[in-house]
Design a protein around this ligand. Sequence first.
Ligand SMILES: [Zn+2]
Length: 481
Amino acid sequence: MDSRYEAVIGLEVHAQLLTKTKIFCGCSTKFGNEPNSNVCAVCLGHPGVLPVLSRKVVEFSILMGIATNCTINQNSVFARKNYFYPDLPKGYQISQYELPICENGYLEIRKKDGSKKRIGITRIHMEEDAGKSIHDQSSATLVDVNRCGVPLLEIVSEPDIRTQEEAYLYLAKMKQILLYLGICDGNMEEGSLRCDANVSIRSIGSQKLGTKTEIKNLNSFRNVERAIGYEVKRQIEAIEDGEEIIQQTLSWNADLSEAHPLRSKEEAHDYRYFPDPDLIPIVVDDNWNEEIKLIIPELPDLKLEKFINVYSLPFYDADVLTQSADLADYYEKVISITDDFKTASNWVMGEVLGAINEKKISIKDFSVKPENLGKLINLIKNGTISNKIAKEIFPDMINDEKDPEEIIKGNNLVQISDESEITAIILEVLDSNKTQVESYLSGNEKVYGFLVGQIMKKTKGKANPGIVNELLKKELLKEKD
Ligand SMILES: [Zn+2]
């Protein structure tokens, strides 16, 4: 970016809440059902029906508010946002306007260089989703109203974001928190996590905000980054050319990597918000707030700190292992069996993540129970098996879901640590490789590895490598004399 300018970016995130039913009626929220089948008189907006607020939706909002350091407002109200669109049968969307449920929070991002930055959260409010218009089928537009009334949280950031990287990290952190709380599945492709970006630029040092544009349709992390990069560049070029930035809504076209203004009729400037007369104000008293604080799980920042400070893991390991609550959970179960924290981390980051990525499954569906991995690590630690054998039997543990001890006993894989047994094998190897031994003794140290290889081959990899090393050196010294 041109170093004379800086970007001022704010993100609006819409998170679909993982409730079974819609926000104001009992219809299912399931994605992918037959179009227009998850509907009733309430979410279709028939005259005379009354919305009934889902308690779960309020609870999820409070959870998110606490997790992002917000103030939970004791009183908040729903408002009607009025506009006409074919996928909005009521002619208005129930949202929150003047009094949202949560305000004035922040979350912390950690940048590549290790520095931390707080991004302010202006507000979090509850609202219902609209339906879907499907434009690309022949010349007609089809409407599916299954999504009408599906509960959303809108999370609005302060314009604290300065770069694409920061936008990406903010969104990733937001998704991570939503997943830790278990209130949203974070699936951007299915639209359960959506993001709009407000972008403006200004001269470095200026406090005044420039005219902003809003970019919509950012359906992946990658597109959020690319669209912001595109728009910042476009605005700088326009200003350099003496043009004025027009406040407008743009739609990101991922195929063309370009943002285009939305047709003006799709832009409603005045929604005539007013409090919804069918819904009473929401009161969150101290008791309710406290109850929810009790059920809040350990969040990513705390978890990361614990992995670094209590388990003494390097930042890299801690960061990988705490990416999801399920993975962190798996690791913590492994180390409830073994106290070798770093070896456990290596195994989870290496073999376990490798296997689940290859099988494209989630850690929850992984066939090796964390307890069995813990046992396997202990078997390496107490010298029963070598690391090499452990890696060899791990696929069997995946396929047969067996206890590692059973596999080792069943296949006679117990490590040979008996010194006299190993010495006998070493002597055999030295005897049948006289030329190599001569070569080693005359200074060719490379041969050492060959000899170790021969010993391992003879023992089918079962000899304890530490003891082999020690005894082989001893025997070679004797040869020298
Ligand atoms: Zn309904």
